[in-house]
Design a protein around this ligand. Structure first.
Ligand code: XMP
Ligand code: MG
Length: 185
């Protein structure tokens, strides 16, 4: 285990089992419809890759790059910036957002509204993790993997200052890792 990690919350087998369960639900709900999946980078990188490869539903794949954090923060700035929008024409299409985690809810709230404003017929949300404690706006995932406590977690795509994204498990980051950064600035 990486020495900056306090505790592993979900190992790769648990993540894979949960991803399969979510894929089954999505396949079941959409049936023969063709959908557009929109992965939110960078956090959803690995979750999106694993989920999409086991989905049977017909799909077009796109990504958005969205940020609400400064590089070395663990608290959302509250300002959601779309750094890269979808490239596919989503008008009259069923869209499924694939996201790593819903925390304050601000990112998904803005992204969902943005996609609806751009003419999507429907927008559903699939998140691997849900941290309900900090919610600032009302938003619910249609497909949610794990509910987690209010700790800063990393791994499996989630990162702190872009580190730890490559870990194949999801774990709680030791507070001293970001506290020492706070003291530096
Ligand atoms: P909001 O607050 O907009 O947050 O719902 C969504 C985005 O914030 C990031 N986030 C985290 N990233 N560990 C991370 O590595 C966490 O515990 C965490 N909580 C929120 C994430 O990018 C998510 O898309
Ligand atoms: Mg994210």
């Amino acid at each position: 285990m990486n020495s900056d990690i306090d505790k592993i919350l979900f190992n790769k087998e648990e993540i894979s089992k949960k991803t399969q369960k979510l894929a089954n639900q999505i396949d079941c709900d959409y049936g023969d419809e063709e959908i557009v999946t929109v992965g939110i980078l960078r956090g959803a990188l690995f979750f999106m890759a694993d989920l999409l490869r086991i989905l049977n539903v017909k799909l077009l794949t796109d990504v958005m790059v969205v940020s609400s954090y400064d590089e070395s923060d663990i608290v959302s700035s509250g300002k959601v910036i779309i750094q890269k929008d979808v490239s596919i024409d989503i008008r009259n299409r069923d869209v499924l957002i694939v996201e790593d985690i819903v925390d304050t809810g601000l990112t998904l709230y803005h992204v969902k509204q943005h996609l609806l404003d751009n003419g999507a017929k429907s927008v559903k949300i699939c998140t691997l993790l849900d941290k309900p404690t900090n919610r600032k706006v009302e938003i619910t995932s249609d497909y949610n993997g794990f509910i987690i406590p209010n700790n800063f977690v990393v791994g499996y795509g989630l990162g702190y200052a872009n580190r730890y994204r490559n870990l194949d498990y999801i774990g709680i980051l030791k507070p001293e890792v970001y506290q020492s950064k706070e003291n530096e600035s």
